[in-house]
Ligand binder design. Structure first.
Ligand SMILES: CC(C)(COP(=O)(O)OP(=O)(O)OC[C@H]1O[C@@H](n2cnc3c(N)ncnc32)[C@H](O)[C@@H]1OP(=O)(O)O)[C@@H](O)C(=O)NCCC(=O)NCCS
Length: 212
């Protein structure tokens, strides 16, 4: 596996998918990929996105990266170079880790990062998200030296739950009414998954991981 080290430059790949930081040249693809009323991973506002807005998003994340707060990545099909989706890393433990919710103690660690992901409609079901999430999680734990990569998923979002499982994350806890539906604002339950530094990758994702 090639890695960008801890500089967030370069790329990650398993031979089928490439993950690299978003750049200005992605703005056109980003805008084209997000359908009308669809929620991409970069912000709470739904599409459609203009190229100008997508460019702003790239720059916002570049600034976030300089502050070590957040980073955004393109998910690219290795064989074609096609932009198929995006993933973001957001520094910090789950917000509820300091509250009264029954979260595992380790979720309070400061050196944790959340991962979120999105794949354009036409490219779904081909393993892009699970491969990309796995690559980024491995990199964050092995190269950045973080202790925990976590994600939250709606229990009804079967595809997202499968991505978490296929990427080797462990289902930790269900938080009642923790998340809000992006469109309606209604609260809903939320499943927290995590990968911890030093954990063995399950056999299933070793099979999926190919050349890693
Ligand atoms: C979730 C999402 C990123 C998955 O991307 P993807 O590239 O299609 O994911 P993968 O191909 O790696 O895996 C998807 C898995 O979900 C399964 N799946 C998808 N829809 C499903 C459904 N309705 N019922 C059951 N399984 C489903 C697929 O079969 C696949 O599992 P498998 O390989 O065991 O068959 C994509 O659907 C998406 O962008 N959704 C909108 C944004 C979102 O919900 N993001 C997650 C929240 S952070």
């Amino acid at each position: 596996m090639s890695t960008p080290g801890n500089s967030l430059e370069g790329m990650l790949t398993d031979g089928r998918v490439i993950v690299r930081p978003l750049r200005d040249g992605d703005a056109r693809d980003m805008a084209a990929a997000v359908g009308d009323g669809e929620y991409a991973v970069w912000e709470p506002a739904p599409g459609p996105y203009t190229v100008a807005r997508a460019l702003d998003v790239v720059h916002e994340y570049e600034q976030g990266l300089r502050k070590m707060e957040k980073a955004a990545f393109a998910i690219v099909e290795a064989a074609t170079g096609e932009f198929v989706g995006s993933a973001v890393l957001l520094a910090g433990p789950p917000p509820m880790a300091t509250g009264d919710d029954p979260l595992p103690v380790w979720l309070a660690v400061p050196d944790a990062v959340e991962i979120a992901y999105w794949v354009r409609q036409e490219a779904r079901g081909r393993g892009f998200a699970s491969r990309a999430v796995r690559l980024l999680a491995l990199w964050a734990l092995d190269q950045l030296g973080l202790r925990c990569v976590w994600l939250e998923a709606d229990p009804n979002n079967i595809a997202s739950l499968r991505v978490a499982e296929k990427a080797g994350f462990v289902r930790e806890v269900v938080l009642p009414d923790h998340c809000r539906d992006a469109a309606s604002g209604e609260p809903h339950d939320c499943v927290i998954f995590a990968r911890l530094l030093g954990e063995q990758w399950p056999a299933a994702d070793v099979e999926q991981g190919g050349s890693i």
